[in-house]
Ligand binder design. Structure first.
Ligand SMILES: [Zn+2]
Length: 120
């Protein structure tokens, strides 16, 4: 599996999460645009189609925002736990892409810890 330095990995997670957020906003604009230009003149098959499209867009908006939020909050959670508790150096370990939780091993003092475990 591919490994990345934590700083690079975190940066990548933020870019990916903002890509989800951006697509969420695009769907939002499309949603508003359809209401604005197709309008609320409910007549015939056209209005049924636009209601279906609006419904699907609404689902897409929720799903895209959910994806953004999961990725973003996980990245932030990892960032706040990325400091080595032994030598205080920040983010000096590698992350295996796609692996959760993250098994961190400090490259300075060899201390090991786990990030992103579901324990609340
Ligand atoms: Zn350390």
């Amino acid at each position: 599996m591919q490994s990345l330095k934590f700083i690079r990995w975190h940066e990548k997670q933020l870019y990916l999460s903002f890509a989800w957020l951006l697509s969420c906003l695009m769907c939002g604009f499309l949603f508003v645009a359809i209401i604005e230009f197709v309008g609320i003149n409910f007549s015939g098959i056209f209005s049924i189609l636009s209601v279906i499209v609006l419904y699907l867009l609404g689902l897409a908006i929720i799903e895209l925002f959910r994806r953004f939020w999961i990725r973003f909050s996980f990245a932030q959670q990892c960032a706040s736990a990325a400091t080595c508790s032994k030598c205080e150096s920040y983010g000096r370990f590698e992350v295996r892409v796609g692996a959760r939780p993250i098994y961190a091993r400090c490259q300075k003092c060899d201390h090991q810890w786990v990030i992103g475990q579901k324990s609340k």
